[in-house]
Design a protein around this ligand. Structure first.
Ligand code: PCD
Length: 783
């Protein structure tokens, strides 16, 4: 049950979200709500071709449109050395095309005008001459020696970007040579898109008088964006002020720096007026960071009893025209090597090759800690293939192979140290809660009657909280995070963090952490994020890293304040510091609990009545570099019924049991799980961004790229186990991504389970009704 924000000891309570009153009243303030004096609007001219030479650009007609102020082309940017910029993945990408375009919808020119309509009209009048070039959309074709080389800007004359591997190739090989059972499965994780409700956009406002650029941008990582901008444009970092106002969903889409941003900034620098650029839905889906697009092959070596021994994975990663993923530097394939999942493999070897094709760039971490969703889907799908081969119940197979509670901290064969977990407990709770054995009985009865019912299991391990700075950086910047807390004389607090929420509820949960540590209520703490002038430096919100990193920083920062507060309390209580203890709500004299002072009283004294010689004020900053990542886990079970006439799949039940360690706000965690499950459901059943052989994007809008409504979404059942992270200051692990990571496999496993009497072992997502219908028709179930 939800409770009031004003209670003390707010940790672990379902406090109503502090941000919701403004969101549900339409009073959130997003980038496009901001209107500045003399503001201009920008629209982008995009390529209709997926691969073509540009032989000429004529802007004369466009300049005739009343109100047009400026048209920028690649040539203009070349003069400023801004035609290409570095991507976060260590590649470079075009801002505006110079000699050629490499994907449909690529940015070719930017038009700035006094009104949005004038900018759009003029953009349509920019005449670009193209000479079509051969298009490569299939990454396997791209790797053939005679394939056209797409990126002629690179020294390496091939479409191969990088090779990456983890684990021990030889030792894994040995296991496979001697294993009694080997299964192998090709699995595609299709190209999808985070598709947040609010697309990308910004206002660049360069003030020629102060020499300062204020940049309002819908950003998941404002500090990192400021640093990148400073490096790219040469503007001094302190002359750039990045403000990320309310963000209408991020989901990984708002981590990269996009060409439109650079163009808006260049336009404002040239014109000295604010320039607003807001994408359309089509521009968002067709040109900004997509996710997945992995072609994977997994092989499991096992013994006859179903004990898994070795795992081998080979993957082709289609990155499109530029590798514009936002991965930490050392991890070009993200944290994909978590692919051994929740199981105790002796050896594993994983390799990934990145490839260029004529598609929009990206590979962003859409609700996943950099490629963990792909990994979890692959291992959970392949475990089911193994169960089928051994004729074993998939639940039993998992129980035989879980990493055991006593094995933590667990060293994985691909190099991770899992912090904590109790997989068996979580899984058994899920089996019991859903009534697994009764469901299997029901299924057998239905099968006998020719009805198609399926049960799908997925038990996953996530890896979140990038990251310890020894292994994690983005463009050289270490991935710690930060908090700054100021306690004011009346005991009210303003806290600022280096992350930037997009709807996750940080204004509530971080206030709960700080309130808990300082003996205040969540209502006493105002949390601010997203303004680089005021917040301490941090790497932003994605990869479920905010709780593991900034959440840790918030707790430790508050404890730093408590240390000083204790000294002031001793002074007020007229005892020595060693005689004072903290009871969770106040400082008291040891052995005399009736003599106490609250944080409010201490706060006032910090400005009015200090011990002699003490520096006034009550504030602190903490930069927290976590010792390890956190490893949340879960057990998900889906139950589906298939309509034998149409092939439509109905998700009858879905149970998610999650373990994210200690929970700050159970209601928020449940909301996070519901959201992620809905996205996982959409990926499993309705979403894909396909291309035709000319490189035309076939789903660049919400008519073709489907987004589920509440009517489409199943009813979600949730539960929880709690295995605290031993190294996190409050024992919490991230959770935001888990439901998207864990759920696709549960849905697909359920459908394959329902169709297994026909010998079906795998179906690639999205499972559209026609795919099922074809299987039914082939097997004579329907006509
Ligand atoms: N929590 C609690 N407890 C625990 C954990 C957690 O309470 N234990 C909570 C917190 O605090 C927050 C939430 O919950 O509030 C979440 O968290 P996390 O997990 O830490 O995470 P973050 O970092 O904060 O966030 C991020 C995520 C992600 S990643 C994504 S995609 C998505 C999710 O988040 N996104 C989003 N969710 C969400 N929601 C919303 N509303 N919106 C959005 O956008 Mo990526 O990588 O970016 O792709």
């Amino acid at each position: 049950m939800a409770i009031n924000q004003c209670e003390l000891r707010p940790m672990g309570k379902s406090i109503h979200r502090k941000e919701d009153p403004r969101f549900i009243r339409g009073q959130g303030r997003y980038v496009d709500d901001i209107v500045l004096p003399d503001m201009l609007y920008m629209s982008i001219v995009r390529s209709p071709y997926a691969h073509a030479k540009i032989t000429g650009i004529n802007t004369d007609a466009a300049y005739q449109v009343p109100g047009v102020k400026l048209i920028i082309t690649g040539e203009d940017l070349e003069k400023m050395k801004l035609a290409w910029i570095p991507t976060m993945a260590g590649d470079v990408q075009m801002v505006l095309a110079t000699n050629k375009v490499l994907y449909q919808y690529q940015e070719v020119a930017a038009v700035v005008a006094e009104t949005r309509a004038a900018a759009v009209d003029a953009a349509q009048l920019v005449e670009v001459e193209y000479e079509a070039l051969p298009v490569v959309v299939d990454p396997f074709r791209a790797l053939q020696p005679d394939a056209p080389v797409l990126r002629d800007d690179r020294e390496k004359k091939s479409n191969h970007i990088w090779h990456w591997e983890a684990g021990d190739r030889e030792k894994t090989e040995e296991i496979f040579q001697n294993a009694p059972v080997v299964v192998s499965q090709d699995v595609r994780f299709q190209r999808v898109h985070p598709s947040p409700l609010e697309p990308c956009g910004c206002i660049a406002d360069y003030n020629k008088g102060t020499g300062r650029l204020t940049w309002y941008v819908t950003s998941q990582a404002p500090h990192a964006h400021r640093t990148v901008l400073a490096m790219v444009t040469g503007l001094p970092e302190h002359k750039i002020h990045v403000i990320s106002p309310d963000v209408g969903g991020g989901f990984g889409n708002k981590v990269p720096v996009y060409p439109g941003y650079v163009c808006a900034i260049v336009a404002s620098l040239k014109l000295g007026q604010p320039v607003k650029w807001i994408e359309t839905r089509t521009e968002n889906i067709a040109s900004t960071g997509f996710a997945r697009d992995y072609h994977m092959k997994a092989e499991i070596a096992a013994d006859e009893n179903g004990k898994v021994l070795g795992l081998r994975v080979k993957t082709i990663a289609d990155h499109g025209a530029f590798d514009a993923a936002a991965d930490p530097t050392k991890f070009p394939a993200g944290l994909f090597s978590i692919v051994t999942g929740s199981y105790d493999f002796q050896q594993a070897f994983v390799e990934v090759d990145g490839v260029y094709t004529n598609k929009a760039p990206g590979g962003v971490a859409y609700r996943c800690s950099f490629r963990v969703t792909e990994a979890a889907y692959l291992i959970e799908r392949t475990m089911d293939v193994l169960a089928r081969r051994l004729n074993m119940d998939p639940a039993e197979l998992r129980l035989r192979n879980f990493i055991k509670k006593e094995q933590f901290p667990y060293q994985s064969p691909t190099g991770w140290t899992y912090d904590s977990g109790d997989y068996e407990q979580t899984f058994k709770l899920a089996l019991e809660k859903i009534g697994y054995h009764e469901l299997r009985k029901e299924q057998a009865e239905k099968r006998a009657r020719g009805e198609l019912m399926g049960i799908g299991i997925s038990t996953f391990t996530e890896v979140v909280g990038a990251g310890p700075s020894h292994s994690f950086d983005i463009m050289g910047i270490k991935m710690f995070d930060s908090a700054e807390i100021r306690v004011h004389p009346t005991g009210k607090v303003i806290a600022r963090l280096g992350v930037r929420h997009q709807g996750q509820g940080h204004e509530t949960t971080f206030a709960q952490i700080i309130g808990e540590e300082l003996g205040l209520s969540a209502d006493d703490v105002l949390v601010e994020e997203g303004d680089t002038d005021t917040a301490p430096y941090g790497l932003g919100t994605y990869a479920s890293r905010s709780t593991p990193t900034a959440g840790g920083a918030a707790a430790l920062c508050a404890r730093r304040i408590r240390e000083k507060a204790k000294k002031i309390a001793a002074h007020l209580l007229e005892v020595g510091e060693e005689d004072v203890s903290w009871n969770g709500e106040a400082f008291e004299v040891k052995g005399l609990p009736s003599r106490k002072v609250t944080m409010g009283e201490v706060a006032l004294a910090a400005y009015t009545n200090l011990p002699e010689g003490m520096e006034p004020g009550l504030e602190a900053t903490y930069y927290y570099d976590p010792p390890n990542l956190t490893f949340p886990h879960g057990a998900y079970i889906a139950v589906v019924d298939i309509d034998t006439g149409t092939g439509a799949v109905k998700v009858r039940r879905f149970l998610a049991v999650d373990d994210c360690g200690n929970v700050i706000n159970p209601m928020i965690v449940e909301g996070q799980v519901h959201g992620g499950l809905t996205e996982g459901f959409a990926i499993a059943f309705m979403q894909d961004i396909p291309f035709d052989e000319d490189g035309n994007c076939l789903a660049p809008n919400w008519m073709d790229y489907l987004v589920p409504t509440s009517l489409d979404s199943p009813h979600w059942e949730t539960d929880r186990t709690v295995t605290p992270s031993p190294h996190h200051p409050i024992g919490a692990k991230g959770v935001g991504e888990s439901p998207n990571v864990g759920s696709p496999a549960a849905f697909v496993n359920a459908v394959v389970d329902a169709l297994s009497p026909f010998g079906v072992e795998h179906i690639d997502m999205p499972i559209f009704p026609w795919k099922v219908w074809e299987i039914l028709r082939k097997n004579g179930v329907t006509e």
